[in-house]
Design a protein around this ligand. Structure first.
Ligand code: DNO
Length: 357
């Protein structure tokens, strides 16, 4: 596995590349142009500046997370082709700078969703928390606003420009059911996959987080049936999955070890994190340690190790520990601990003593 670390850019992250450099075995930075408005073309100059900076620290910049999909594409609006044209332009530009994987998602309006970004855990740390009843009661507009306001740093997936359009977007989704959303995904992929193939890029869809419908909006990447349906759309080698243990794993019916055994070979990118699921369906993001949560993290890594998985891996959300002030889920400390745990599990399988030279 090729260990990576997600980073939000020079002026949008509390963590620096110098710090990431000190975590053993991190080879690449998972990046994006977080300041771009969704739907705009990422220019070659902008890409070059970010890639050059990342590479100047000795990291590769092979993985982009995410190039977000404009709502018009998900809704299938009249202007979707113009936005797909822009997306294609961005793919070509990224290809020119050696990008190998583009992670994206197809969730309507809301990306990852939580009711509390800093929920206390019994060890004194805080973590991202999903309380089902709260999400069922809250006005989506208020949730969007409170999450966007929770930190000075812009949150990925919570595109601020959506805030003014929430009602209009909900209206537009009234006529979009799951089937229609699948059709719109297929329409998008049909146009972008040939371009990805030409540029040797994998488009790796991220599962829905959480993997069920919220606010009555359709969600389609929720478990094994969706993965099967996804791959029935196209057999292009560029058509791939981002294997995310935390998002799919929030539904206890999704056995992540089993899914790793079946779909790791179609997943050039994996997000590894643990969540503890409560009986009523609430969940909280714990440390990566297997016994701290409900997901068999050790089993997943064992499965990846047995396949000698060559894809990119990143530790996903961590807790906020040791008083770190950081963007929710994306501090330095707990993700660094997570990496050492994942590497430890991997080494336990692939133990190789380094010979003295
Ligand atoms: C949250 C992330 C998501 C993810 C996107 C992928 O922290 O896991 O924002 O990056 O859904 O497109």
């Amino acid at each position: 596995m090729d260990m990576t670390f997600r980073w939000y850019g020079r002026d949008n992250d509390t963590v620096t590349l110098d710090q990431i450099k000190q975590i053993p075995n991190v080879k690449g930075i998972v990046w994006a142009l977080h300041k771009k408005e969704v739907g705009q073309v990422w220019t070659k100059e902008e890409i070059k500046s970010e890639v050059d900076y990342i590479k100047s620290f000795g990291f590769h910049a092979d993985v982009v997370e995410s190039v977000n999909i404009h709502e018009s594409i998900k809704i299938g609006d009249g202007d979707r082709d113009a936005y797909i044209d822009n997306y294609i332009e961005t793919i070509k530009n990224l290809g020119e700078f050696g990008v190998k994987v583009i992670c994206y998602n197809f969730m309507p309006i809301f990306d990852w969703t939580r009711s509390d970004l800093f929920h206390p855990l019994s060890d004194g740390s805080t973590a991202l928390f999903y309380e089902k009843s709260k999400i069922e009661e809250v006005d989506p507009f208020d949730l969007f606003k409170s999450v966007s306001d929770a930190t000075d740093l812009s949150l990925p997936g919570w595109e601020p420009e959506k805030l003014d359009r929430i009602q209009e977007l909900f209206k537009a989704y009234e006529s979009i059911d799951e089937e229609k959303l699948w059709d719109n995904l297929a329409y998008f992929l049909e146009r972008v996959l040939p371009v990805c193939e030409e540029h040797d890029i994998k488009m790796a869809i991220h599962p829905d987080d959480p993997p069920w419908s919220i606010f009555g909006l359709p969600r389609i990447m929720t478990g094994e049936a969706s993965i099967k349906k996804l791959f029935s759309i196209s057999d292009s080698p560029s058509h791939c999955l981002t294997f995310c243990t935390g998002s799919l794993g929030a539904n206890p019916n999704n056995d992540m070890k089993d899914l790793a055994s079946k779909y790791a070979h179609r997943s050039p990118f994996a997000h590894i994190r643990n969540v503890k699921i409560y009986e009523n369906g609430d969940f909280i993001e714990t440390s990566h340690l297997t016994e701290d949560g409900s997901i068999d993290i050790a089993g997943v890594i064992k499965e990846l190790a047995s396949q000698n998985y060559k894809g990119y891996v990143r530790p996903d959300h961590g807790r906020h520990i040791w008083d770190e002030k950081c963007r929710p889920g994306y501090g330095l400390y707990d993700r660094a601990l997570g990496i050492m745990y994942l590497l430890g599990l991997w080494d336990a399988y692939h133990y190789k003593k380094k010979e003295l030279s």
